[in-house]
Design a protein around this ligand. Structure first.
Ligand SMILES: CC(=[NH2+])C(=O)[O-]
Length: 141
C-alpha cells in the first residue's frame, strides 16, 4: 500500500465509498479529511437547535453546535488512527460565510489549550450538504 494506511471508524460519519478515506496514516503523520457536522449514527447533519443546554436557535448556536460536531468527528478519527486532538499540528477551517468567523473562533478557542495548531480559515461558496462549516486537520502519531 506504498506506506499509506487508511483509517476507518464507525464513530465518525462514513466516507463516501470509492471517493475518499476518513484519514490516511503516512510517514508518522495522520491526514484527516474534511469533517462536516454529521451525526455518525444517523448520517444526517445535526439540526440547528441541537444545543441541549439552550432553547436558542440563532445562527450563532447553530454554527457552534455544528463546529463541535465537526471537531468531535475529527477526534473520533484521530483516536481510531492512534492519536488525538492534542497531537494536531495543522487545521483548515472552511466556512460558507466569513461572517461566521468571530463566532467560529469563539468555539474554536476552547480547543487545543495554549499551543494552538497552525490554522488556515477560508470562506468558500458552498460546502457539501450545504453545511456552514467543514474542518480538516493533520496530526502527528
Ligand atoms: C465531506 C468530505 N470530506 C468530502 O470531501 O466530500
Amino acid at each position: 500500500m506504498s506506506g499509506k494506511e487508511p483509517v476507518l471508524t464507525s464513530n465518525a460519519p462514513k466516507p463516501l465509498p470509492g471517493i475518499y478515506s476518513q484519514a490516511i496514516k503516512a510517514n508518522g503523520m495522520v491526514f484527516v479529511s474534511g469533517a462536516v457536522p454529521m451525526d455518525p449514527v444517523t448520517m444526517e447533519l445535526i439540526p440547528g437547535d441541537i444545543q441541549a443546554h439552550t432553547t436558542k436557535t440563532t445562527d450563532e448556536f447553530e454554527i457552534s453546535a455544528q463546529q463541535h460536531q465537526c471537531i468531535k468527528n475529527l477526534s473520533a478519527i484521530l483516536e481510531a488512527a492512534g492519536t488525538s486532538l492534542e497531537k494536531v499540528v495543522k487545521v483548515n477551517v472552511f466556512l460558507a460565510d466569513m461572517g461566521d468567523f468571530a463566532k467560529m473562533n469563539e468555539v474554536y478557542s476552547t480547543y487545543w489549550g495554549d499551543v494552538k495548531p497552525c490554522r488556515t480559515c477560508v470562506a468558500v461558496k458552498t460546502l457539501p450538504l450545504n453545511t456552514d462549516v467543514e474542518i480538516e486537520c493533520t496530526a502527528v502519531l
